[in-house]
Design a protein around this ligand. Structure first.
Ligand code: SF4
Length: 88
């Protein structure tokens, strides 16, 4: 299993256990097993990108991009159209 597949497995596992959250949202693109970016809205500046993670600084390059969210976050734009039964 590749690292990418392993991350996907951990994210899916978390979503199944936790219920509706970024980890299972169609808009979310995971970076690792706990943090990903929400592509629902337009990109923001580098500093604003990490604001929802509760961090004041991080080792990632300070580039503009989609907002980073923790996997357990949930907002009103959540949507899951994935066919989980077919994936079993
Ligand atoms: S739940 Fe909200 S914040 Fe999280 S990925 Fe979906 S749209 Fe974005």
């Amino acid at each position: 299993m590749s690292r990418e597949q392993d991350r996907r497995r951990l994210v899916d596992q978390f979503y199944r256990k936790h219920g509706p959250c970024c980890a299972g949202c169609d808009w979310w693109r995971f970076h690792n097993s706990v943090v990903g970016e929400c592509t629902r809205s337009a990109p923001v500046s580098g500093g604003d990108r990490i604001a929802m993670l509760g961090m004041e600084g991080c080792s990632l390059p300070d580039r503009a991009g989609h907002i980073l969210t923790p996997r357990d976050h949930l907002c009103g734009e959540f949507i899951d159209t994935h066919d989980w039964e077919a994936k079993q």
